[in-house]
Design a protein around this ligand. Structure first.
Ligand SMILES: *Cc1c(COP(=O)(O)O)cnc(C)c1O
Length: 378
C-alpha cells in the first residue's frame, strides 16, 4: 500500500504575528523614518528580553552568528588560543571560533544529555586553552555547574550557545545567568524568532557598553570611534516582529508540550528508542524533539525512519549529522574522548529531530506513530 500523502510537514515552522497586529507597528516605523540604529522598537525589545530572560544585559543582533562572533571578540582571548566546544552543534558555533582567529577543539558529549561531557572537556584542556563554549543542544541544558568549576579551576571563560534554550530555566534560574554570556539565535526556525536575529545576554551589567560599541563599528559619538566594531545591528522591522512574537511564545510552548506528550506516549517504552534526557529541575525551552534510534535494538536505523517519513511528506531532520569534525575545515581537529568510540560519532548516526511546532496536526502525529510502531520501512 502506498503511504498516505498530505501537505508537507517540516521540522520547524516560524511563529509569525498576525499581519493586522504588525501593520500598526510598521506604520509607526514608516512615519518615524527611524528604521534601524537602535530605534524605539529595538530599545523596547531589549528591555522586554531583559525581563523575560532575567539578566540585565540583553544586546540584540542581526543574527545569532554575528552575536556569537561578537561575544568571542568581546572576551579578547589570546590569538590562536584554543576554545573547547562540542562537535554536536550547528556549524556556526565552530565557525565563530575560527573566524575570531581562535582554534576550535572538540570534546565529546555526554551519552545521556548529548551536551559537552565535562570529563572529556577536562582532558582537552591544555596551557593554550582560553575558553569553553557549551551548547544547550536541543534545549537540553549543559552541566553548567561542572563547566563553571572547570572554568574556575583552569581560569577559562565559559560562554553558552543558547540558540536552542530560549527561556529555559534550571531550578528556577534563567539559563542566561550561567557563564560569562549566552548567545541566542532568533532565526525563523527558533522558538522565538525575529525572522533573522540574535542576542548576547549576560548577568554582567558592565558588559553592555563594550558590546554596544562592538555591535556598531565602535562608534561612540560623531567624533569618536573607540573600538574595532562591526555592523551587528538588528533593524526596527525585525524588532517589531520580536515584540509581537514575544507575546505568543508561551502559547506556542504550551502547544509544543502537548505535542511532546503525544510523541512520548507512543515512543517511550519502544526498544532501542531513546528520548531527550529527563532533566526534572529544568523548564524546557521546547525547541526540538530529538529521538535517538539504536538499530541493533529497534530493528530499523535512523535513516530508515527518516526515509519512511519523507515518503509521507514528513521532513524530520538529522540534526546534527554531519557533526563539526566531519566538515572539511575541521577534519584535522582533535576530538577528545575517554572512550575509543566517541559518543558524538555514535549519536550523529542515530539522532533524528521530529517536526516540533504548533502546526503539526493529529494526522501527522498518527502517521509518525504508524512509521515507528508498525515495523515497516515502506
Ligand atoms: C541557529 C543556530 C545558530 C546560529 O544562529 P543564526 O541566527 O542562524 O545565525 C548558532 N548555534 C546553534 C546551535 C543554532 O542552532
Amino acid at each position: 500500500m502506498e503511504p498516505k500523502m498530505s501537505d508537507p510537514v517540516y521540522v520547524a515552522s516560524p511563529l509569525l504575528p498576525d499581519l493586522d497586529q504588525l501593520a500598526p507597528l510598521l506604520e509607526e516605523i514608516w512615519s518615524s523614518k527611524h528604521v534601524t540604529n537602535h530605534g524605539p522598537m529595538h530599545q523596547k525589545l531589549e528591555a522586554e528580553l531583559s525581563k523575560h530572560l532575567g539578566v540585565p544585559t540583553t544586546m540584540l543582533f542581526g543574527n545569532g552568528t554575528i552575536a556569537l562572533l561578537t561575544a568571542l571578540k568581546f572576551l579578547d582571548l589570546p590569538p590562536k588560543s584554543e576554545v573547547i566546544t562540542t562537535p554536536l552543534t550547528f556549524a556556526a558555533t565552530a565557525h565563530a571560533i575560527a573566524w575570531n582567529g581562535l582554534k576550535p577543539v572538540f570534546a565529546d558529549v555526554d551519552h545521556t544529555t548529548l551536551t559537552l561531557d565535562p570529563e572529556s572537556v577536562e582532558l582537552a584542556i591544555t596551557e593554550n586553552t582560553s575558553a569553553i563554549i557549551g551548547v544547550h543542544v536541543y534545549g537540553t541544558l549543559c552541566d553548567v555547574d561542572a563547566l563553571a568549576r572547570l572554568g574556575a579551576k583552569y581560569n577559562l571563560r565559559v560562554i553558552y550557545d543558547a540558540a536552542h534554550a530560549f527561556g529555559a530555566r534550571k531550578s528556577g534560574i534563567p539559563v542566561s545567568q550561567f557563564g560569562d554570556a549566552s548567545i541566542f539565535s532568533f532565526h525563523a526556525t527558533k522558538l522565538f524568532n525575529t525572522l533573522e536575529g540574535g542576542l548576547i545576554a549576560s548577568p554582567n551589567e558592565d558588559y553592555k557598553e563594550r558590546i554596544y560599541f562592538l555591535r556598531n563599528f565602535g562608534i561612540k559619538n560623531e567624533e569618536e570611534v573607540v573600538d574595532i566594531g562591526i555592523n551587528g545591528k538588528m533593524n526596527e522591522v525585525q524588532a517589531a516582529i520580536g515584540l509581537l512574537n514575544l507575546k505568543a511564545v508561551e502559547q506556542e510552548k504550551a502547544r509544543r508540550r502537548e505535542l511532546r506528550a503525544r510523541y512520548t506516549s507512543f515512543l517511550s517504552g519502544l526498544d532501542g528508542v531513546r528520548l531527550a534526557a529527563d532533566q526534572p529541575d529544568v523548564e524546557n525551552a521546547e525547541q526540538y524533539f530529538p529521538v535517538i534510534l539504536n538499530k541493533a535494538q529497534f530493528g530499523r536505523s535512523r535513516d530508515d525512519i527518516y526515509e519512511a517519513l519523507k515518503r509521507r511528506n514528513i521532513f524530520a531532520r538529522k540534526y546534527f549529522h554531519p557533526i563539526c569534525t566531519d566538515f572539511v575545515p575541521y577534519q584535522s581537529e582533535q576530538i577528545v574522548s575517554t572512550k575509543n568510540m566517541p559518543v558524538a560519532e555514535e549519536v550523529k548516526s542515530q539522532v533524528l529531530c521530529l517536526p516540533y511546532h504548533s502546526g503539526v496536526g493529529v494526522d501527522a502525529v498518527d502517521m509518525i506513530a504508524e512509521v515507528f510502531l508498525n515495523g515497516t520501512t515502506a
